[in-house]
Write a protein that binds this ligand. Sequence first.
Ligand code: ZN
Ligand code: ZN
Ligand code: ZN
Ligand code: ZN
Ligand code: ZN
Ligand code: ZN
Length: 380
Amino acid sequence: MTGEIFVFVDEEELFNLMKDLDCLYCRNPVTASKHHLKKRHLRFAIYYKDSGIGKFSIPCYCADGGHGRSHWHCPMCTKILQRTKDYKIHITNHGVEMTDKSTVELQPTTVLLETLQTDNEDRTAGNKSACQKCGIHFTTTSNLRRHERLQHGHDQQPMLCIDAKNAIYVTPKDLHGPRVPIHIRKSFALQILLCELEECWDFMKAQAQRGNPGKECRHLVRTNHARHYVPPPPLCVNSLEEMTDKHLLSKSEKQECQEMNSRACLEGVDCVYPIFWEEHELSERCIYFSVYTDLKDKWCQFGRTRVSFDTKSGNWKCLCEHKRNHCVHKYLSMWWLFQERPELLQNALDINTESVDVLEEVVLDAEDVVQMSPGGDDLC
Ligand SMILES: [Zn+2]
Ligand SMILES: [Zn+2]
Ligand SMILES: [Zn+2]
Ligand SMILES: [Zn+2]
Ligand SMILES: [Zn+2]
Ligand SMILES: [Zn+2]
């Protein structure tokens, strides 16, 4: 079953995949009619969000499962899991977020109805409706484009300029899971072409040796559709005072924050750049910040580090791990959040008090959790 599709964004995609053919997901030959797909597969579908996009997986009954037993193929690695519960844990570890069917962005049945209604307006002509890569037909161009993007990795990941002066951008590291940002630098004027990831260095070096100097890694190429620099709301001293009054920061921590902020200001860059991939996007669980460090090191090659805040667990993380308990970058990000989105900080505080219930659930599932997720349930 390698090369098959195990993740879908709407029912139409699944129906069109095997029109009038035998079901690819059943061991014994059976026509993949809508009735069959609904009864045997869609009824048990698992819904989740991957990078904010609603998707679903269906159970498979192919020979890989042995004796036609139902099983799940992971769409992100090659693993096959027998138990639905294990499959859910497995893909959660890839970074997707389980969604209740009622809250999923794409309600398969509604999507189907909408497709039928808009059919006449958006119908594509002839060959244009078929995917060039796998031949699946679609009734609308938008569905075809979505299929191309999701199934064949047409990379439309965002790229934001966060420092125009030094030509620094941020972009998600991976195509799947939480959109963890990495920094890149690209400027033709300055003759700079750099990606933070070591694997990308290796890739570009190897390409240069093969006679392709200037070949860009998968992140650098995204600058073609980069969003221009937009200044974020600047940090204000008043909000920092308020934080110290509320004992969220000590006097020395406050001092440190102010010093770092002034050094960034002197350099003419933003001390804290909050990374919201899309405008007003708050549906994602983790919030990321690019923070000025005033030094260059392995963990901050371009003079900036990454701080993440998990809005569910309330945990903060910074790339400068060696200063675990004392990290000015976290305080600076907290300052920005306290000033601009205080409700998000409050959410985390509220949830922390309920964590006893969560712990109990974890204990019940301890076997699986320990096996599948050694890092606990932190997402960022
Ligand atoms: Zn089937
Ligand atoms: Zn299978
Ligand atoms: Zn997997
Ligand atoms: Zn295709
Ligand atoms: Zn790269
Ligand atoms: Zn730090």
